[in-house]
Design a protein around this ligand. Sequence first.
Ligand code: ADP
Length: 161
Amino acid sequence: MRIGVCPGSFDPVTNGHVDIFLRASKMFDLVIVAVFHNPNKKPLFTMEERVEMLNLAAKDIANIKVDSFSGLLYDYVLQQNSNFIVRGLRALSDFEYEFQRALLIKKIVPEIETIFMMTSNEYSFVSSSGIKELAKFGGPITGLVPECLEEKITKRIREQS
Ligand code: ADP
């Protein structure tokens, strides 16, 4: 079984992420969306909330499983019996970081391939941080995040501001 892992913070999940999940789901038998617990970041949404929101966002994609992990990504990927990391690319600025990270993982675990998917045109400007900034100042996030999560995301961001 071919398994792809889509790791990220997903704080919160956006339509740009969902677009990558959907496209990855056509390439793999199973896509594991893995929320990374980053001890250096203070997320807006708890790990449990992010997992719950991802489950709702991906509910129509049959071959997706949502999980969470901490520690080394390549250890997690191997534990899941996968050899593939799927990452999205939006801009040249993403490339620099992703390029280094992919090569580092390749050096440590040569059997793991990092696969990059170019963002879809309509989501190239969508990021979790952009959504948070927009909603904080009362801007509309319609069409940028899954419809079923729009209210929850807007409410939380405004409460925290
Ligand atoms: P991280 O903190 O690991 O960058 P993110 O939650 O910001 O995690 O993003 C997870 C993955 O989704 C990354 O590979 C990122 O490049 C990709 N991604 C985020 N937004 C978009 C988008 N609008 N289009 C395509 N890929 C995206």
